[in-house]
Design a binder for this molecule. Structure first.
Ligand code: ATP
Ligand code: ZN
Length: 615
């Protein structure tokens, strides 16, 4: 039988104190490092904070109607790479993620499981935390909308908006998609009033609700968008947002009379707060310190406004229209940027919990490892565009890039060093590369990677780092140190220097790829003879600060991507592969990827419907 091949292709293509990595997962005490160059990071970053401010970035708070899937993991991995990069620039990062736990859909999901809502939320919320641990997600705050501090802040926010005169009661009649938790305009629906994202008919509903006077903010929003064209990214999504706003903003209902599972409206316990008016506040309540009184003032003073909300394009309207207007009403600053990335699709359709056509991140991590999963999705999906998963492509890419280009380069160099130099570097990497333009090429590629990270072009950043591996391999093949060693004398000395040059290149790759593949980076460092503490010290200072190695911050500079980290006399570890090649077992592979049954049978029809709807 011909192996079932997935034709897997992408559709579209300050001075600061830093914390050691993964401090939440280890119980090591926090150590603090001072950045050697307080200004450098702020100079480079497009979505930067000013010096000394926190760089707050958020993922969506995921809805706990079902466990996480590869789509939720995708946003979080991307956010983690950005957070890690910002830390490497020397920023004090507050990386927020969490779960959105109220609303009708959650109550229904709990009931379907024979559970009560809070037990259900505890379970699913924990599943997110476990997955984030497995994916090396270095979040700083995990907010649950059922946390008591969150409820206090939502109520205070509601009261502020009420005091501003922006909340009123009215009857509402409309078509409601429970999966979107949103009233829909008839004109955006498919046949039979089906939601274009969830492909299920919307319910007709009539209720007396509390409304938020969004229409009052029409002009202010238009002005805000015009004044700050970077607010919505990628830039092509700004047009979409502008056209929603130009189309006329309508007040929206912010309460539900029929939903018990939610935060009660202050002074009217017969209604609960609409999930979006509740969940968006999680970005602020997450900032509130456990030890302090949970109020808006305390929370906001701990890092608001966020530098970046990273979201999928499905929830752009909530983040780029509703949320800014809500913040204006409450007299709070707007986030600096909302980035709406594309969808991971399966057979061309958005993967989602409601459709059930999801890819299991746990399965992927279990079979291929964390680095492979993180690398593949960030490298293969151009950040902002949609990308279709393909197992064959997954295996090909990670084998070619991580196992061959990077892993193999390191491994064969270490093998030669062991054989010819007792695994010891004969000179400093600076001396080894004197007058050698190879070093300049590497530094240029690092600059390129940095620029792409700054612009959130994560795929291009990976590409630039991989290019360092390519030039390293090219250098190695051209110089052929194995044959120079055979000649002895000065040829042999030159070969020993070449090995230092390549190992220094591998070290630089490790750091430059760390935002994407943190464990692989550590394994490379380990092979280069560093201890875990040395690696942490290196990576928690600004490796992109091209600081002179002779400064007093010596112990922090091992992580600098500036050439010169490796010193003569350093003893390398026993060579072992840092990334094991994945064997292609297509048959098993297909079993490992959960594809909803409905989707397989209805796939084509649904795809057409989604395309029509532009979802
Ligand atoms: N297919 C996907 N591709 C990329 N990101 C996704 C995908 N699905 C979900 N996400 C991420 O999760 C966010 C939505 O979270 P939510 O918990 O509502 O997940 P969902 O699976 O889309 O749910 P549902 O299918 O019920 O609408 C998106 O904005 C995006 O950040
Ligand atoms: Zn919907």
């Amino acid at each position: 039988m011909a192996a079932r091949m997935n034709t897997l292709s992408l559709l579209n293509p300050s001075h600061v104190s830093l914390r050691p990595r993964d401090y939440r997962f280890s119980h090591r005490p926090l150590r603090f490092y001072t950045s050697p160059n307080p200004n450098r990071g702020a100079l480079f970053c497009t979505c930067s904070t000013t010096n000394g401010e926190s760089f707050v970035l958020t993922t969506p708070l995921y809805y706990v109607n079902a466990p996480p899937h590869m789509g939720s993991a995708y946003t979080t991995i991307a956010a983690d790479a950005i957070a890690r990069f910002q830390r490497l620039l020397g920023k004090k990062v507050i990386f927020i993620t969490g779960t959105d736990e109220h609303g009708e859909k959650i109550a229904a999901a709990a009931m379907a499981q024979g559970s009560i809502p809070l037990d259900h939320c505890n379970l699913i919320s924990q599943a997110y935390k476990t997955l984030w641990k497995d994916l090396d997600i270095s979040y700083d705050k995990f907010i649950r909308t059922t946390d008591s501090k969150h409820e206090a802040i939502v109520k205070e926010f509601y009261s502020r908006v009420l005091a501003k005169g922006d909340i009123y009661q009215a009857d509402y009649e409309g078509l409601y998609c429970v999966n979107c938790e949103e009233y829909k305009d008839e004109k955006e629906l498919l046949e039979n009033n089906c939601c274009p994202v969830h492909l299920k008919p919307c319910d007709s509903r009539k209720e007396e609700n509390y409304f938020f006077a969004l229409s009052k903010y029409q002009k202010s929003l238009e002005e805000a968008l015009n004044k700050n064209p970077n607010f919505v990214q990628p830039s092509f999504r700004l047009n979409e947002v502008q056209s929603w706003v130009k189309g006329g903003l309508r007040d929206f209902s912010i309460s539900r009379a029929s939903v018990d599972w939610g935060i009660p409206i202050p002074n009217d316990r017969s209604q609960t707060i609409y999930v979006w008016f509740d969940a968006l506040l999680g970005y602020i309540s997450a900032l509130s310190d456990e030890q302090e009184q949970p109020d808006l003032l305390n929370a906001v003073s701990s890092g608001w406004p966020a530098a970046l909300h990273l979201i999928g394009k499905d929830i752009l309207r909530f983040h780029a229209v509703y949320w800014p207007a809500m913040l204006m009403s409450a007299g709070l600053s707007l986030p600096k940027m909302v980035f709406g990335h594309g969808f991971l699709t399966k057979d061309g359709m958005k993967m989602g919990k409601s459709l059930g056509n999801t890819l299991e991140p746990n399965e992927l991590v279990h079979r291929f490892g964390t680095d492979a999963v993180r690398y593949f999705f960030l490298r293969e999906v151009e950040f902002g565009s949609d990308g279709d998963y393909s197992e064959e492509r997954f295996i090909n890419i990670v084998n070619a890039h991580l196992a061959n280009t990077i892993g193999n380069l390191l491994n064969r160099t270490l093998g030669l060093l062991k054989k010819n130099c007792q695994s010891t570097l004969v000179v400093d990497s600076t001396t080894a590369a004197e007058g050698n333009e190879f070093k300049d090429n590497v530094e240029k590629l690092v600059d390129k990677a940095r620029m792409h990270y700054e612009n959130l072009s994560l795929s291009s950043a990976c590409e630039a780092v991989l290019e360092i591996g390519n030039v390293g391999n090219f250098y190695m093949d051209e110089r052929a140190p194995w044959s120079l060693f055979k000649q002895g004398g000065t040829a042999s000395e030159a070969a020993a220097k070449d090995l230092v040059i390549i190992l220094e290149t591998a070290r630089i790759i490790a750091i430059a790829l760390l935002p994407v593949t943190p464990s692989l980076s550590w394994r490379i460092y380990e092979q280069l003879g560093y201890s875990r503490d040395q690696f942490d010290a290196a990576t928690w200072v600004s490796f992109f600060f091209h600081t002179d190695a002779s400064t007093t911050h010596h112990q922090h500079l091992m992580g600098d991507t500036k050439w010169g980290g490796l010193k003569g006399g350093q003893v390398m570890a026993q060579p072992k592969p840092v990334f094991a090649r994945i064997e292609n077992q297509t048959e098993d592979v297909d079993k490992g990827v959960a594809v909803g049954k409905t989707m397989k049978s209805k796939g084509k029809k649904m795809k057409q419907a989604q395309q029509v709807a532009g979802a």
